[in-house]
Design a binder for this molecule. Structure first.
Ligand SMILES: NC(=O)c1ccc[n+]([C@@H]2O[C@H](COP(=O)([O-])OP(=O)(O)OC[C@H]3O[C@@H](n4cnc5c(N)ncnc54)[C@H](OP(=O)(O)O)[C@@H]3O)[C@@H](O)[C@H]2O)c1
Length: 312
């Protein structure tokens, strides 16, 4: 492994780093190793914590170890590389027993496309994992991908899933519903005094907390499961989500229902009127708002507690 690209956490650098390197190499030899891509993200941070809790040696892929250091990731090793540049990944997956990737564009504004990141960067990781002989690759996809084929984010992720499933290695695909982190938008609308919904607000979702999703992901991998559609323990209609957000925000209930035709019109016009960094995520969320988003109910975290935790 090229030590210039990696940093063992906790012992600083120089001579101390050499000692830390030896100590951690010995530790890694006695433990199973997981390489987590997307480790600095909402879900990735929970995956790192879950695998450390399960006694694995965690190599976390980060773009910038100084920025990653601020997150206080408990990973034993930070691997600094750009998954979009395959040469920076060379050798970094050697000896790993498992790769998990939650790497993808959500709100990043790097000027890269979903094809560059959600597809190509994950393919670069897959190719490196194949070279290194890693036995299993787990990937975080999206729920209902088959019903969102026209959404560029989903097209890129689905194309990667197809490459993964054709690859000569075992794989696990996790297809989650919306994350608690994305329900924040409902809460923000409630805090601002009014929630806007499309249609009659009756579509249902079971949003999932990152910690619950990390457990469900690790369990599915342990069980050698090939595909898991997964969500959280509570099912809400969109109207119920809005009511909960108003309750926790302690604001009077004000919900406006817009005709669903406006949602469909926005899907068509937004790509012409807004930059990709805006219409990309909007196309995904507006499409998901027009269907039930329900996965297998897992976990224990309640959305009311999450809303309370982000109360201003
Ligand atoms: N949010 C949801 O409700 C939801 C629902 C279903 C599925 N998913 C999928 O779950 C995955 C994880 O979601 P999340 O909410 O945890 O996302 P997130 O917080 O935005 O994390 C995304 C991760 O990908 C990395 N990344 C993004 N662009 C990159 C680039 N150009 N080069 C290298 N790394 C890059 C980020 O690194 P930096 O920290 O350096 O930017 C971060 O580690 C995503 O693929 C998403 O599509 C999300």
């Amino acid at each position: 492994m090229d030590a210039s690209h990696c940093a063992y956490v906790g012992d600083g650098f120089g001579c101390v780093a050499d000692i830390a390197l030896k100590r951690n190499t010995q530790r890694e030899m006695n433990m199973k190793t997981v390489f987590i891509a997307g480790a600095t993200g909402y879900l990735g941070q929970h995956l790192v914590k879950e695998y450390v809790r399960r006694g694995w040696f965690v190599r976390a892929l980060v773009r910038d170890k100084v920025r990653a250091g601020l997150l206080d990731l408990p990973a034993q090793m930070l691997v600094e590389a750009e998954a979009t540049k395959p040469e920076t990944l060379a050798g970094q997956l050697d000896g790993a027993d498992l790769v998990i990737s939650s790497l993808g564009i959500t709100r990043q504004k790097d000027g890269l496309s979903y094809q560059d990141v959600d597809y190509q960067a994950n393919l670069n990781l897959l190719e490196e994992a194949l070279k290194a002989g890693v036995p299993r690759f787990a990937y975080i996809h999206v729920l209902n991908a088959d019903r969102m084929k026209k959404v560029p984010l989903v097209t890129a992720k689905q194309a990667f899933v197809e490459r993964l499933q054709q690859a000569p290695m075992a794989s696990t695909v996790i297809a989650p519903s919306g994350y608690f982190s994305d329900m924040r938008d409902f809460y923000k609308m409630a805090c601002s005094g009014r929630v806007w919904l499309f249609g009659d607000g009756s579509y249902r979702i079971n949003p999932v907390h990152g910690a619950d999703l990390a457990v469900a992901t690790a369990d599915a991998i342990d069980e050698e499961c090939q595909w898991l559609d997964v969500g959280g323990p509570e099912v809400f209609t969109q109207t119920e989500l809005a009511i909960l957000a108003f309750q926790i925000a302690q604001k009077p209930l004000k919900i406006s229902y817009l005709p669903d035709s406006l949602r469909r019109m926005a899907l068509v016009t937004l790509p012409f009127l807004t930059p990709r960094s805006m219409h990309g995520p909007a196309q995904f969320f507006l499409t998901a708002l027009g269907m039930d988003v329900l996965g297998e109910q897992r976990g224990t975290h309640q959305l009311s507690d999450y809303f309370a935790s982000i109360r201003p």
